[in-house]
Design a binder for this molecule. Sequence first.
Ligand code: ATP
Length: 335
Amino acid sequence: MSINNLNISTIKIEQPENDNIYPEASAEFVQTPYIQEVTERALLYLDAGYPVHFAGPAGTGKTTLAFHIAALRKRPVTLIHGNHEFGSSDLIGKESGYRRHRLVDNYVHSVMKEEEELKSLWVDNRLTTCCRNGDTLVYDEFNRSTPEANNVLLSILEEGILNLPSLRSMGDGYLEVHPSFRAIFTSNPQEYAGTHATQDALVDRMITIMLNYPDRDTEVRVAVAKSGISNEEAGFIVDIVNEFRELSNHKSLSSGQKSMPTVRASIAISRVLIQKGEHAFRDNVFFHRVCHDVLCMYIQKISPSNRSFLDKQLEVLIGKFCPAAKSALVPKVVK
Ligand SMILES: Nc1ncnc2c1ncn2[C@@H]1O[C@H](COP(=O)(O)OP(=O)(O)OP(=O)(O)O)[C@@H](O)[C@H]1O
């Protein structure tokens, strides 16, 4: 006589504990009244139970702010970068193979008993672990993922429930989101390559803070912190970059060009000067070349005549904002 038995079930494997990050403000992090005000507002929204969404052009400090605010919550942080290849399983988890267990019992020689157990292995992904543990989710550039992949967030943000259909057999088809779970999103609405239109239903569940280019003081202090350049020279560079941005953003000049120079350009120019031991003087040929090299990518898509006009304007701006080397060496007379 032979008795066969086959059991099929699912076992769950959770993410390893050390998958989280614990961001801390570095010595280079700049805290200005502008950063302070936005931070306080975002923390208030999170405390009131709302996800926060930083939207704005590239280089406006969205990701840095998201991490800063996440760090202030003093809970583990889960980081997800939007990706157009993501499916919802990349966020919540998926079945990843089977574990088979077979038992053959022939103790009574006339009876052959076979028992087989097939367990499908379910591996949690970051979003599930984050919801379960009540961590802070930073979902950077979330609009790079498809709306279909992000749909899973709708019930998390609205009802506090994560739907896990594959785990229904274990009675784990729904996961109640931990009350401490909070989410911070970033997106760049001006970016068009590789992004998806933000879903109205998703954005409707968040509070969006539109970030624009920070004030001059913040940009100068960021350039100083990130390069070690003097406050005064960082000021010249930030003024050149910002006025160049205004010019290259002008409707009659900018057709075809989408990206604008940001504080990243100021940081790059400052770092190169420091690296070479040079200064932001109007009669420093090296400085002129670095400004052109760093800023030329922001005008490459515009017409040749407008490009050459902006090239000349860059020279004018350097002359307008920077002193000559000799005059910079003369100590200022304090009246
Ligand atoms: N408060 C700050 N302190 C120090 N550095 C900062 C601060 N804010 C922004 N930065 C620096 O400015 C640059 C741009 O910031 P960030 O990457 O956060 O911008 P972003 O809006 O997320 O840009 P993108 O959309 O291109 O990813 C980075 O080099 C970042 O380190």
